[in-house]
Design a protein around this ligand. Structure first.
Ligand code: ZN
Length: 447
């Protein structure tokens, strides 16, 4: 989506800023000397993310924020608090590798002209909490204005705000007139914002350095034109090969991976040749692009749910006809190409472009992925182990294994026979703290 989009939900005031304090062990006095909380989770069925058959009657032991033991029928240590999910399926907390959690669109022109970055900053925590309560305990947020994503990530990390673990991209790196620019308006309009626009190698290197300096965990490059912006073509490249190489080279120097927004076949191939970690959208990928992605070990992150939402809500969202025409072209082809990518065995990570549709609906994409060729287990792995691998966080999230964060979700029934169960997460734990139980969010007071 357009990374500078300024959206705001009108009715946010009923949701107070929340902390993760009141949960599993909320009544215990906080003391630095206290031993970590011990929790034993009984799981009727455990899908650990690693792809093997589900483990029935599993027990997961948690101390503090980490998993310390996992297995079938483990003894429960004395003194441990027991969470009984013996009639549920437990899975690793999900990872959405393509979100814009700081905002969501209400109306194309009003969002642009009537909202300021402060509106976005004030409401961003609401969307973070909804995402977490939907079972997405980790997100890679790939584009936000004004470093609001950095502030949100930091507030979550220090416990002031409830939300998923976040990797953030800050401003996107795009060209003049490209997807990250504000195009289609009077040339006399000026927006007083940080610019994610860079043309030529020197400007690109400087922008990447500026983003890293101000908190970027990952760099988001806009390799091609976009859908929800008014430049003419949807797939045309917006950087030269040399410019894309410079983005990846500069990011690597600072230890950062690059995620490339690319719809068109040529832009996808340039980005892959440059060495990006992932292609976002990948809507019009061709056979050579699929071959290159496999050869380079790059992930495709294909947001194949949100077309349904955009096409059904376009009147309320106020998109110009030009944008609708682009969405209509890309939506169907992207799903067909997703199916080809699955068949070809390309690495795929779950990413939805949440923020284009309402936050918290992330799980709706699972059913689309199964409809277009994945097995339910493949779809689950795209949002667990694969997402963790793409983020470089396999040592901490994405699987139910000893040493990983106790990030767990539970659903009724068996998602391997009814994938839509993942849209109705009943239980959410992040870092040993419960944020949803019995299907209901755990409400907590502000700190
Ligand atoms: Zn996006």
């Amino acid at each position: 989506m357009r990374p500078v989009m300024r959206a705001c939900l009108a009715s946010f005031s009923f949701l107070a800023a929340a902390t993760p304090l009141a949960a599993v062990d909320a009544q215990a006095p906080a003391s630095p000397a206290a031993p970590p909380t011990r929790v034993a989770i009984r799981a009727g069925r455990l899908i650990d993310g690693l792809g093997g058959a589900p483990i029935t009657d599993a027990v997961i032991l948690v101390e503090g924020d980490r998993i310390t033991a996992v297995g079938k029928g483990l003894a429960i240590p004395s003194g441990a608090r027991v969470i009984d999910l013996s009639r549920s399926t437990v899975l690793p907390g999900f990872i959405d590798a393509h979100t814009h959690v700081t905002s969501q669109p209400e109306n194309y022109l009003e969002d642009l002209f009537r909202k300021s970055p402060i509106d976005v900053a004030v409401t961003a925590h609401v969307y973070a909490r909804r995402t977490l309560e939907a079972g997405f305990t980790t997100i890679r947020d790939v584009g936000a204005g004004e470093f609001i994503d950095v502030a949100l990530r930091n507030a979550i990390n220090n416990g002031t705000v409830a939300g998923p673990r976040m990797q953030v991209a800050t401003l996107t790196v795009g060209s003049t007139g490209g997807h990250g620019d504000i195009t289609g308006f009077s040339p006399y309009l000026k927006f007083g914002q940080f610019s994610g626009i860079a043309d030529g190698i020197a400007e690109i290197r400087k922008l990447v350095r500026f983003e890293v300096k101000n908190g970027a965990d990952v760099i988001k490059m806009l390799a091609s034109a976009g859908v929800l912006s008014e430049e003419e073509s949807v797939g045309a490249p917006q950087f030269t090969q040399e410019e894309m190489n410079a983005v990846v080279d500069e990011a690597a120097m600072w230890g950062r991976k690059v995620a490339a927004h690319a719809h068109g076949a040529e832009a996808i191939k340039r980005a892959l040749r440059a060495g990006v970690a992932s292609i976002e959208h990948a809507s019009l990928i061709d056979d050579e692009g699929i071959r290159l992605a496999k050869e380079k070990g790059a992930y495709l992150v294909m947001d194949i749910y949100n077309d349904d939402y955009i096409m059904s809500e376009y009147k309320r969202l106020g998109y110009p006809q030009k944008i609708l025409d682009k969405e209509a072209l890309v939506g169907r082809l992207q799903r067909e190409n997703f199916q080809r990518a699955v068949q070809a065995g390309v690495k795929l990570a779950f990413g939805t472009d949440a923020g284009v549709y309402p936050h918290g609906w992330n799980g709706k994409q699972f059913a689309k992925m199964v409809q277009y060729g994945m097995t339910p287990m493949q779809a689950i792995q795209s949002a667990t182990v694969n997402g963790a691998d793409l983020l470089g966080w396999s040592d901490r999230v994405g699987s139910v294994r000893v040493g990983r964060f106790a990030d767990l979700v539970a659903v009724d029934g068996d998602p391997l026979t009814d994938i839509t169960q993942l849209e109705r997460v009943q239980f959410v734990m992040k870092g040993g703290v419960v944020y949803r139980t019995g299907g209901q969010p755990v409400t907590t007071a502000a700190r």
